[in-house]
Design a protein around this ligand. Structure first.
Ligand SMILES: Nc1ncnc2c1ncn2[C@@H]1O[C@H](COP(=O)(O)OP(=O)(O)OP(=O)(O)O)[C@@H](O)[C@H]1O
Ligand SMILES: [Mg+2]
Length: 251
């Protein structure tokens, strides 16, 4: 991260505190996202026009180009999504906190990604404890964080694998605990420290930003996210979200 910042900003950032570096990086990426958005929407429009033009082309040409156009559209959407994530992270004070029912967020993410899981033959299980207390959170950002974790899990497991999303209340520590575990190959133990670093990826088409964004969002909520492997293999991501202190508690 230090090298990226130093190159982009043309200054030595080695003496800055980690928190300052993170802030600089998210500003930089926010700016980058803004710059990239315009050419992307122009590409989007021209792709649409090209599709319209091709309606009049002979059937053979239409068939030949249909698959390529679909890939282009898919990739364009992926880029637009990346840009959208960055824009939502660009400002450090952009959290819109409200009481959030975590069970709803978990249920929503489960339903959102179920078609993706089904298409890959992956079983998705949602386990929410009853009557979880509401947490002060930005629902959209929390959803984003969970989506990133679940997408990783779905991508990690092979056919007939399983992804489990869970939520429970740790009353003693005053936190809600969200878990995303899968039956995939797990995380290489020597990579546990770097998977949250921006741009670390082992995927051909990965940006390596998914987990970094998760960490940004969760720490902005005063929480923490940890990665580990379960004893029977498979990755386990655990998110701790602090609960508002009870005001009427005596003593
Ligand atoms: N559930 C998981 N099982 C195994 N490895 C994982 C899992 N989640 C993340 N990883 C590893 O951590 C790396 C970083 O994940 P991250 O979500 O940040 O980026 P990505 O998934 O590679 O790219 P993107 O999120 O942009 O699609 C992954 O490339 C993968 O090597
Ligand atoms: Mg990812």
């Amino acid at each position: 991260m230090e090298k990226i910042l130093a190159n982009a900003l043309g200054q030595d950032v080695s003496k800055l505190a980690a928190q300052e570096k993170r802030l600089l990086l998210s500003r930089l990426l926010g700016r980058f996202a803004h710059e990239v958005r315009n050419p992307l929407s122009s590409l989007d429009i021209h792709l649409q026009l090209l599709e319209e033009d091709l309606q009049e082309a002979p059937a053979k040409v239409r068939d030949q180009t249909a698959g390529r156009l679909e890939i282009m559209r898919g990739e364009l959407h992926r880029l637009e999504n990346i840009v959208k994530h960055f824009l939502s992270l660009a400002g450090p004070s952009s959290l819109d906190l409200h009481p959030v029912e975590v069970a709803r967020v978990v249920g929503y993410v489960g339903e959102l990604l179920r078609p993706e899981a089904d298409a890959r033959g992956v079983e998705m299980v949602v386990k929410c404890a009853n009557e979880l207390p509401p947490v002060a959170a930005d629902a959209a950002q929390l959803t984003q964080a969970l989506v990133n974790l679940v997408i990783n899990a779905i991508q990690a497991v092979e056919q007939r694998g399983r992804v489990e999303i869970s939520a429970r209340h740790d009353e003693r520590n005053g936190v809600l605990i969200l878990g995303v575990r899968d039956t995939g190959p797990g995380l290489p133990t020597d990579k546990l420290a770097v998977i949250f670093e921006p741009f670390f990826t082992t995927k051909a088409e990965g940006s390596g930003l998914g987990l970094w964004i998760v960490q940004q969002i969760i720490t902005a909520h005063g929480g923490a996210v940890e990665a580990s492997n379960s004893p029977d293999g498979g990755a386990v991501f655990t998110v701790h979200l602090p609960l508002p202190k009870k005001e009427n508690r005596s003593g």
